[in-house]
Design a binder for this molecule. Structure first.
Ligand code: ADP
Ligand code: MG
Length: 689
């Protein structure tokens, strides 16, 4: 491209990821400035913000020394004079301007000792017979400091884009959306949209272009995911769980400790139907904390076993894996099913034994952490993998599980944190989806209150009263980074303070944190689970999954430091027994607006789905835990929070197309098919979620 030599090209790649013409076209302006009008200097008032004027330049001079050095010049039009000032790049500016010449000048108006001036104005040579002003809004592009110093500031990039658009014709940006959608939504054409998003004549044109391109982005993403899903439904091969057998039935009749909720029953039915078809299941199971996902997982694993397969359940931490093992063993009691635990700290002798029995098919259920994805772990015939609290696992790690059997095992991903609907449909649109949207009966909402640091001793008195009634309590400290020294000091100090309020031997305190060896963690945890200690002082390592029904109070220290979903997740550790439960959010007295909002939301609702929506509004979609790859949510223009109506439309059009024409064979969808075929090369991670 003219104007881009090797050095600039290199910088564009490195700094902005612009490699191709297409990348440049998709480097969209973040705002536009209106330079369609030219004003008279005499019109400037103290209220004037940015202005564009024309005039003749004179009296260029450099004044002052060193730090105070600046260049000034006068600009005169038919109505008056203003001063132009430069502090930087003086020698370059001096060379590029000439006295007596006319300029089109744009910039922010300032006043200095009653003189009107523009500092660092944008200057463009101008001849009096030229049409005044620009016929379009001028785009300003995101750029970097480095590029700026090489003459590629936010405005100069626009020059490149303009030059590029001059070479691009309608064929290069041919329409890719079906005509009926375009008509239905009254969208402008693709070629027009690209021109107008960069150089709109007015703000309506900009809006039209942005609507069209946002829709295209969202629609194509939805279409891709629904096509993948449809392909999987039609062509994939999966192991068949077509019978409900002895283990499932025996367990259901004789061992199930409670009546399942309707939501649990429905989800089990959905999974049963899905795994009986011979197609591969790739399903996301959402359920608020405490909704009872574990028992669903167990029943599904029994289903696998009844059909002659092994099952594997992965948890993100050793504590959790161990707890799953214990609770499964607890409810299964004397059912003749081999269940084992495999984690990083499984001793090598034991490990050998487990691996052997696993490959011989003697172990039917393997519970574990990341350790189960190592290559040495070989199953005889793995039928299903259940991933608990999925966001702790990377996508590539999950991919490894697929290699563990000839026909890929079914995958059930259980999320710890509910995901807002818009997010689920964007990030997980290719997965099948089930939700447990009902809590087991008799659950009381956790009473949540906000207290300030200064009220600590009252909070501790309350805690003491509950503990004296025989209950247990959690006290949670923030731990942002495993390596954060300050957080550890806080935790240790906090521990001492708690000890002061609850002295031994009347009270016992367990402490668990990430720096402890896992054995010690385990031991301390176990003491609390067994009721040998009254208080668990912990960092967020207990965030996910542990189940101690007798614990009914949770104090969260420095609650302002936690994210909303994280707080909700933590709170889910209490309210699991019959007793009324409490969550006390302690904070300092100075709170930012966002922190105050987060804390407030928690005190008014216990509904995880509602909280997840709020969290997304507050933080933006990219930061929400539970998202698979933030890349999937990084649309160039669209934003799933603000453009929700458009997303809903895009989704329903995409679904309709895939339902009626899953291979895009109709003439109407030919454009789409061609377009998608051109766009290849990305890894289909969605297959392995
Ligand atoms: P989560 O969905 O957060 O993983 P769990 O599976 O740990 O929830 O279940 C939370 C608690 O609720 C456990 O003590 C479990 O035994 C209990 N539970 C699950 N389902 C039911 C039910 N249908 N009726 C009564 N209690 C249930
Ligand atoms: Mg759980």
């Amino acid at each position: 491209m003219k104007g881009v030599g090797p050095q600039r090209a290199d910088l564009l790649k490195k700094e902005l990821n612009i490699f191709t013409f297409r990348d440049l076209l998709e480097h969209f302006p973040f705002r536009h400035v209106d330079k369609s009008k030219v004003s008279l200097i005499a019109d400037i008032t103290p209220q004037t913000d940015y202005i564009q004027v024309t005039g003749r330049l004179s009296n260029i001079e450099v004044i002052g020394h060193k730090g105070a050095k600046r260049m000034v010049a006068a600009l005169r039009d038919s109505s008056g004079t203003i001063e132009l000032v430069w502090f930087q790049g003086i020698s370059w500016v001096q060379k590029s301007l000439s006295s007596g010449q006319s300029y089109l000048v744009y910039g922010k108006v300032g006043f200095f000792q009653d003189k009107v001036q523009i500092v660092h104005p944008e200057m463009e040579a101008w001849t009096p017979d030229k049409k005044e002003g620009k016929s379009f809004l001028e785009p300003v592009y995101p750029t970097t400091e480095k590029l700026r110093t090489k003459g590629l500031g936010g405005k100069q990039i626009g020059k490149l884009t303009q030059a590029l658009l001059a070479q691009v014709n309608e064929k290069d940006l041919s329409e890719n959306l079906p005509q009926n959608i375009i008509n239905n939504l009254k969208l402008i054409g693709r070629y027009e949209a690209y021109r107008q998003i960069h150089f709109p004549a007015n703000s309506e044109q900009y809006e039209q272009a942005s609507e069209r391109l946002k829709f295209e982005e969202l629609f194509l993403a939805q279409l891709r995911m629904n096509l993948l899903r449809s392909k999987r439904h039609r062509f994939s091969k999966g192991v068949v769980f077509d019978k409900v057998g002895e283990m499932f039935n025996t367990f259901y009749k004789n061992y199930l400790p409670f009546e399942l909720t309707n939501a649990q029953k429905r989800v089990i039915r959905e999974i049963r139907t899905d795994t009986a078809t011979g197609k591969h299941m790739n399903r996301l199971l959402q359920g608020d904390v405490g909704s009872g996902k574990t028992i669903v997982a167990l029943l599904i694993m029994l289903l696998a076993i009844d059909n002659g397969y092994q099952a594997c359940m992965m948890a993100p931490t050793e504590i959790l894996a161990k707890q799953h093992l214990d609770s499964l063993k607890g409810v299964m009691s004397d059912l003749p099913i081999g269940v084992e635990l495999l984690t990083g700290s499984t001793k090598s002798k034991n490990r050998k034994e487990i691996l052997k029995r696993l490959s011989e098919g003697d172990i039917k259920i393997l519970i574990g952490t990341h350790a189960v994805i190592e290559d040495v772990v070989q199953f005889q015939n793995l039928g299903i993998v259940i991933i608990d609290e999925q966001h702790k696992f990377g996508v590539a790690q999950r991919a490894k599980l697929w290699g563990k059997s000839e026909t890929p095992p079914h995958v059930l991903v259980m999320t710890a944190t509910p995901i807002p609907r818009t997010l689920a449909m964007t990030a997980y649109g290719d997965l099948d989806y089930s939700a447990i949207d009902e809590l087991p009966p008799g659950r009381q909402p956790v009473v949540t209150v906000h207290r300030y640091e200064s009220q600590r001793s009252r909070v501790m008195s309350f805690l003491r009263a509950e503990i004296d009634k025989g209950r247990q309590a959690y006290i949670i400290f923030p731990l942002i980074e495993e390596s954060d020294k300050l957080d550890y000091e806080n935790l240790m100090n906090g521990y001492e303070v708690v000890k002061g309020y609850f002295p031994e031997p009347k009270y016992w305190i367990s402490m668990v944190h990430g720096r402890q060896p896992s054995e010690q963690k385990e031991q301390n945890m176990q003491r609390f689970v067994n009721g040998e200690s009254n208080i668990m002082v912990s960092t967020t390592v207990i965030e996910v999954g542990v189940n101690v029904p007798n614990a009914n109070v949770m104090v969260i220290e420095s609650a302002e430091k936690f994210g909303l979903s994280q707080l909700h997740q933590l709170r889910g550790r209490v309210g699991r027994g019959a007793e009324k439960s409490y969550c006390i959010l302690l904070s300092g007295s100075k709170l930012g607006i966002d922190a105050r909002e987060r804390i407030k939301i928690l005190t008014v609702t216990n509904n995880g789905f509602e909280i997840a929506e709020k969290d997304m509004e507050l933080r933006g979609p990219g930061d929400i835990e539970g998202t698979r790859q933030s890349g999937m949510l990084n649309f160039k223009l669209a934003n799933i929070v603000h453009d929700r109506p458009l997303l809903e439309k895009a989704r329903s059009f995409a679904i309709a197309i895939v339902e009626n024409d899953p291979d895009l064979l109709s003439a109407e969808n030919l454009r789409l098919k061609n377009f998608l075929q051109q766009q290849k090369g990305k890894i289909a991670w969605s297959k392995i979620s």
